[in-house]
Design a binder for this molecule. Structure first.
Ligand code: FAD
Length: 305
């Protein structure tokens, strides 16, 4: 219930202004966001890759409504990738892109053009790009743009949200040679007509999708902090003869860092999703919505504790 309210307010301009303006908010946001500028993002990349982790960096922002802002987002990614290039990390440091931040909502062709610029800059680093998945109304468009991008940048990946009914079929379509699929539970508020609502149903749907991806020919990116799903992944890897390099785990910056390190220490590829930038509100509210304990942490910080 609290989670639903937080997801609803993640799109409220009024709450955005009040929360963003509160000085102590920043302290709490820092737990989930690497910083506002490219230098802070690069430092987080260096710190995590030094600790045997791999990363995917997200320039925060979504639902851009004009061409100028879309171009600025694309430019920010290109600048970030240029700043990472001298580190020579190749595919150990990729980027994640929300197509709504580069114009998807008002001009799909523009979003595709910006995504191409980002993929070209990433290719110069020897790294792929992964498309984030946003609310269910964007899925067809995102998968269409993915198909076009993959003609020139075949390693481009995409996130699929297990909570959507359609995702079982999307996983079947994507479980093919060369494809990279990040499987997530799903972070948006979706209606019962398109998505599972209860945690149990979402978890079961995740296992169905995971099974398809692990049995298929693509490269599964298992993005979850859920120990039970990590255990299921290990069973499926065993069953379908996948070794540690044939799939990877992904987790969010600042969440279950001990688990990230333990999996990496056991030889797994673990990719940490690093968000940076000043437009952190929507991302931050979704993280609060996922876990009531985060709200308590937030309130304690606001109270100065
Ligand atoms: P949960 O059942 O939510 O959590 C399992 C356990 O993990 C919890 O008990 C808790 O211990 C820990 N945990 C989970 N979330 C938090 C948190 N916020 N704070 C503290 N502890 C927590 N969603 C999309 O819709 N589109 C995307 O493109 C997308 N990309 C993602 C990329 C990555 C790398 C990851 C890890 C997630 C992404 N998500 C995306 C978010 C995802 O959909 C889930 O909302 C999120 O991962 C929480 O689900 P969970 O699988 O960790 O399971």
């Amino acid at each position: 219930m609290l989670g639903q309210v937080l997801l609803a307010t993640s799109r409220s301009a009024l709450v955005r202004r009040s929360v963003s303006g509160f000085p102590l908010t920043r302290k709490v946001v820092d737990r989930f966001v690497a910083g506002e500028g490219v230098d802070e993002a690069r430092k987080a990349v260096e710190r995590l890759t030094d600790a045997r982790l791999t990363v995917t960096v997200d320039h925060l922002g979504e639902e851009t409504r004009d061409a100028g802002a879309a171009a600025a987002t694309a430019k920010a990614y290109v600048t970030l990738l240029e700043s990472l290039r001298p580190l020579g990390l190749g595919s150990r440091a990729e980027v994640s892109v929300k197509l709504s931040a580069v114009g998807q909502q008002f001009d799909e062709a523009l979003a595709l053009a910006h995504a191409r610029e980002i993929c070209a800059a990433a290719a110069a680093n020897g790294s792929p790009v992964t498309l984030d998945m946003e609310d269910h109304t964007t899925v067809d468009s995102t998968l269409g743009i993915l198909r076009t991008l993959r003609e020139d940048f075949p390693s481009t990946g995409v996130a699929i949200q297990a909570y959507l009914f359609r995702s079982v079929q999307d996983c079947r379509d994507l479980a093919v040679e060369g494809s990279r699929v990040r499987l997530v539970k799903g972070a948006y508020r979706e209606p019962a007509s398109v998505a599972h609502q209860s945690k149990g149903d979402v978890d079961r749907a995740y296992v169905r999708c995971l099974r398809i991806l692990m049995a298929g020919k693509g490269y599964p990116m298992v993005a979850t902090h859920d120990d039970r799903l990590i255990a299921v992944t290990e069973l499926l890897a065993d069953r379908f003869g996948r070794s540690v390099g044939d799939y990877e785990y992904q987790m969010l910056y600042g969440i279950r860092t001990d688990r990230q390190e333990a999996l990496a220490g056991a030889g797994h590829t673990v990719r940490v999703y690093i968000p940076y930038g000043d437009d952190w509100y929507g991302y931050f509210m979704r993280r609060l919505a996922e876990r009531p304990a985060n709200v308590a942490f937030f309130l304690r910080a606001l109270g100065g504790k």
